[in-house]
Design a protein around this ligand. Structure first.
Ligand code: ZN
Length: 198
């Protein structure tokens, strides 16, 4: 069962002042401190699009059968976790084969929609989780990967479109709690089909 808001709050209070996350060093991070105030960075001039990782399926790190962190899989899709981070759960839904979102045919799109709803429903049914935010950005890697971020219930700072920032800011919680929630999501997904691997 994910930590309660009180447990997260106590843990973060005990950690003292939190360090700035690595995302502040990314070139796309849009804010700077100017004269002691937060201000937007100057807009960079137009430039050709950088190739995405795994473009046209060449050397794609998301193609392959033996990827780490897979908690559930069927014949076409998998759900995986990345390294444990600040939010209670962050999951990624991916096709096994190399497709980007616009590449999906109607049948694959229907499967993707059903899995998206199922995963959101399962994550939102976990105790102490208020919402499962779902997003596809796709600017880093071409291989479709849809993010599912569970945000804690009753923690007012961690809401809305900044929840991914809090995922980087908050220190990760107890690993056994995280693993138990991963196993619960995998088990519930597998009641509809596929194989639980967590
Ligand atoms: Zn791929």
């Amino acid at each position: 069962m994910a930590e309660t808001a009180d447990q997260i709050y106590a843990r973060v209070q005990a950690a003292g002042e939190l360090p700035a996350p690595r995302v502040t060093e990314w070139d796309v991070f849009p804010w700077v401190v100017r004269d002691g105030e937060i201000a937007p960075k100057p807009l960079a001039p137009p430039a050709p699009e950088e190739p995405r990782s795994g473009e046209d399926g060449a050397d794609c790190s998301l193609c392959g059968a033996d990827l780490p962190g897979v908690i559930w899989r069927d014949e076409s899709w998998r759900v995986k976790h990345l390294a444990q981070s600040g939010l209670p759960l962050v999951l990624v839904l991916e096709p096994l084969e190399h497709y980007d979102l616009p590449d999906l045919d109607e049948h694959q799109a229907a499967e993707f929609g059903v899995l998206t709803v199922r995963l959101a429903r399962i994550v939102e049914s976990l105790p102490n989780i208020a919402r499962c935010h779902a997003m596809r950005i796709g600017d880093g890697a071409e291989h479709l990967h849809m993010w599912f971020l569970a945000r804690p219930k009753d923690l007012p700072s961690v809401r809305g479109s900044f929840s991914p920032d809090w995922d980087d800011i908050l220190p990760p919680g107890p690993e056994d709690v995280w693993r138990a929630d991963l196993a619960e999501v995998a088990r519930k997904l597998a009641t509809h089909g596929g194989e639980a691997l967590a």
